[in-house]
Design a protein. Structure first.
Length: 268
C-alpha cells in the first residue's frame, strides 16, 4: 500500500466516522492537537495554583468545538511537568496525576493547571511544562455522552491524523512561530486591566527570545506587526492588550487549521 493510498484511506475512514456523529447533540467534542513547545513553558503561579495557556488545533472538523472549560486528557504523546522546590531541587510530576486541562477558546487554546494542593504536597515554588511532538488531547467522557471516541477513532487520530496535523500546523514555521510568540505574551499579561509600555516591551523581547535565534524572520515579523497593532489599539482604550493578542493568535491557528482540514480530506 502506497503512502498516499494509506493516507487517503485513513482520512476517508475518519471522515466517515465523524460524519456518523452529526446530529448528536450530546456527542463528544473534537479531539485536539496540542502544539509542541520545543522547550519549557514556565507557568504563572497564584492562589489557584500554577497555570498557562497552550496552543491547540482541531483534529476533527465534523465534531463540535469544545465549550470553554471542557475538560481534556492526554490521549497520546508526551507532556513533561517539572516542579522546582525552594532549595532548587527538580521534581518530575506525573501529568495524569498533577495536571488539569480544559479548553479555553474553542479549539485554539487550552489551559493547563497544576493545582495548589499539588504544589503544597511537593513543596514546589514553580512549575514548567514541555509539550513534545504529536500530542493528542481527548475530551473526558461525560455520563451523557452519546458518542464518545471509539478505540479505532483514537488510533487513527493518534497516528496518521496527528502526523498530518503536524505537517500543516506544528511544522508551519511562519504562522506557528508567530502564534508561539503571541502565546508567550498572552501568558505574561493579566486577563483584566492594562500594563505600561516598558512592561510590554520587556515581555515582547522575552517572548521573541523564547522561540530561539534560529526562528524564521517572517514569523517574528508577523508577530511584531500584531504586537504593534495591539499596542496601538490598547493605547486607545479597547480592547486590552491580552484580548487583542488572543484574537490574532487564534486567527493564525484558524488559518493553519483550515489548511489541515483541506489536506486531510479524502479524494474520491
Amino acid at each position: 500500500m502506497t503512502g498516499l493510498f494509506r493516507f487517503l484511506s485513513v482520512a476517508s475512514i475518519l471522515t466517515l466516522t465523524s460524519f456518523m456523529t452529526l446530529g448528536s447533540a450530546q456527542a463528544a467534542p473534537q479531539a485536539l492537537g496540542l502544539v509542541a513547545t520545543y522547550g519549557d513553558v514556565e507557568l504563572n503561579c497564584g492562589t489557584e495554583g500554577c497555570t498557562a495557556e497552550f496552543t491547540t488545533f482541531c483534529l476533527q472538523q465534523d465534531r463540535a468545538s469544545p465549550d470553554r472549560g471542557t475538560p481534556y486528557h492526554v490521549g497520546s504523546g508526551e507532556i513533561q511537568v517539572a516542579g522546582r522546590t525552594a532549595s532548587g531541587d527538580i521534581i518530575q510530576l506525573d501529568p495524569k496525576q498533577s495536571l488539569s486541562l480544559e479548553s479555553r477558546r474553542k479549539h485554539m487554546a487550552l489551559r493547563m493547571l497544576v493545582p495548589q494542593e499539588t504544589l503544597k504536597e511537593h513543596k514546589l515554588v514553580s512549575v514548567a511544562i514541555s509539550v513534545k511532538d504529536n500530542v493528542v488531547l481527548l475530551p473526558k467522557t461525560s455520563p451523557g455522552d452519546s458518542n464518545p471516541h471509539s478505540q479505532t477513532e483514537i488510533a487513527m487520530l493518534s497516528h496518521s491524523m496527528r502526523q498530518i496535523g503536524s505537517s500543516y500546523v506544528d511544522g508551519n514555521q511562519d504562522r506557528t512561530v508567530a502564534a508561539r510568540v503571541l502565546g508567550s505574551m498572552i501568558n505574561g499579561l493579566p486577563e483584566r486591566g492594562k500594563v505600561d509600555n516598558p512592561t510590554r516591551e520587556k515581555l515582547w523581547k522575552s517572548s521573541v527570545g523564547r522561540v530561539g535565534p534560529d526562528a524564521p524572520k517572517q514569523g517574528i515579523e508577523r508577530a511584531k506587526g500584531i504586537y504593534q497593532l495591539c499596542k496601538w489599539m490598547a493605547g486607545r482604550g479597547t480592547p486590552n492588550m491580552r484580548h487583542c493578542l488572543e484574537t490574532h493568535h487564534d486567527e493564525f491557528i484558524k488559518y493553519l487549521n483550515s489548511k489541515y482540514w483541506e489536506g486531510s480530506q479524502p479524494i474520491f
